[in-house]
Design a protein. Structure first.
Ligand SMILES: *Cc1c(COP(=O)(O)O)cnc(C)c1O
Length: 387
């Protein structure tokens, strides 16, 4: 691997740990190593750290501390939300209908598909418009009395589009249907207030907001019918067995605290660079489209499709030039299939294969964006020539 100066423009994939987060975590690896379930001094000290972290997270969900469940990642939170509520709803009231969108993360899609294949649920996809947003009227038509759960992504990882979660939540609540949102991309830039989002379940994962990988949380509204996806000890109010990962939980809480208190500054610093990036690319390169919503999108997120460009070759050439970007989805080399998300927006094959996602973050500078903007047009035209 050649390591020349690299510019990281893939903050939607993961973020580096904030040094303040690292510092907060450190004592819990060594001197404060106790098991929070133990009776003695060590246990109590770990228990204190756990409950302080829970209170911190609850502050940003605007919920009770007992409504915050720590998990091992965003994926696990999505799994617990869907599997835990769907199986319970089936047993409790024979509800066998699951409603999701075609633009969910695989953590939701694959879980819903498994529930359909092995547990007999009827899985229905709520359509999204060309910008990747759910239409409230479609939800009203499709939600049913026997809907076990509705799960709709808050901010899309691939195209950045933000859904009107509060309005969706209101419909679900008025019908008495459990509503989950995957907010894993939202933690860094959007409000997680569950009272305005009107959700019963919200998934987050720390490594998308400058916390460690391998730790997540799930908000579970009091009274939600849900069974644990992982059984064993009674940890996490009986909803997630296993000794809690205290250093990582402390890290998640610290990272969320920083992300949410510094939110306005962070938005300001990435958004104007991002807007400049989008504007320049749309102006200077031919046959390009912005994917996702032009305004209702994450402030650090830019995503495009280039007509007649091989997306994998594009990523490879950008990497050689020193820019770490993404196609937006895990696209297999050798058998190029356009992403399901882009296809569901009505983007045709020839366009969708040339996808590029550029996501900015705390360490992105104006100089890096200028460099990127001077390289990208040349790379695109080179790739179009060799086709
Ligand atoms: C990253 C991501 C996940 C998975 O989170 P992990 O913590 O990596 O398991 C789920 N949903 C969305 C929208 C994501 O961006």
């Amino acid at each position: 691997m050649v390591k020349k100066k690299q510019v990281y423009l893939d903050y939607a994939a993961t973020t580096p740990i904030d040094p303040r987060v690292m510092q907060a975590m450190m004592p819990y690896f060594s001197e404060e190593f106790g098991n929070p379930s133990s009776y003695h001094y060590y246990g109590q000290s770990a228990e204190n750290a756990l409950e302080n972290a829970r209170d911190k997270v609850a502050k940003y969900f605007q919920c009770l501390s007992s409504e915050v469940i720590f998990t091992s990642c965003g994926t696990e939170s999505d799994n617990l939300a869907l599997r835990g509520t769907a199986i319970q709803a089936l047993k409790e009231r024979g509800a066998s209908h699951i409603l999701i969108t075609p633009v969910e993360h695989h953590a939701v899609t694959r879980t819903a598909q498994q529930l359909s294949k092995f547990y007999g649920f009827e899985l229905e996809y709520l359509p999204v418009d060309q910008l990747g947003r759910v239409n409230i009227d479609d939800l009203i038509t499709r939600i049913r009395q026997d809907t076990a759960i509705v799960s709709i992504i808050y901010a899309n990882n691939e195209i950045g589009t933000i859904n009107p979660i509060g309005a969706i939540g209101e419909i679900c609540r008025s019908r008495g249907v459990t509503f989950h949102t995957d907010a894993v991309q939202a933690g860094a830039y959007l409000s997680l207030n569950v009272n305005s989002l009107q959700t019963d379940l919200v998934s987050i994962g720390a490594h998308k907001f400058y916390g460690p990988k391998g730790i997540g949380a799930l908000y579970v509204r009091q009274g939600t019918s849900i069974i644990p996806a992982q059984t064993g000890g009674g940890q996490e109010f009986g909803l997630r067995a296993g000794t809690q990962n205290i250093p990582y939980i402390v890290g998640l809480a610290e990272a969320l605290d920083i992300a949410q208190t510094e939110r306005e500054n962070r938005i300001r610093s990435v958004k104007h660079l991002r807007d400049h990036l989008i504007g320049t690319i749309l102006e200077e390169i031919s046959d390009v489209q912005l994917t996702g919503h032009p305004d209702e999108r994450l402030p650090n997120h830019a995503s495009f499709v280039f007509y007649g460009v091989d997306g994998n070759a594009l990523l490879m050439m950008l990497d050689i030039e020193g820019f770490a970007c993404s196609s937006g989805s895990a696209c297999k080399t050798g058998n190029p299939e356009p992403s399901e998300v882009l296809s569901s927006l009505g983007i045709t094959h020839d366009w969708a294969l040339g996808s590029l996602r550029v996501t900015l973050g705390n360490f992105t500078t104006a100089a890096e964006i200028e460099e990127f903007l001077s390289v990208l047009p040349k790379v695109i035209s080179k790739l179009r020539k060799i086709r």
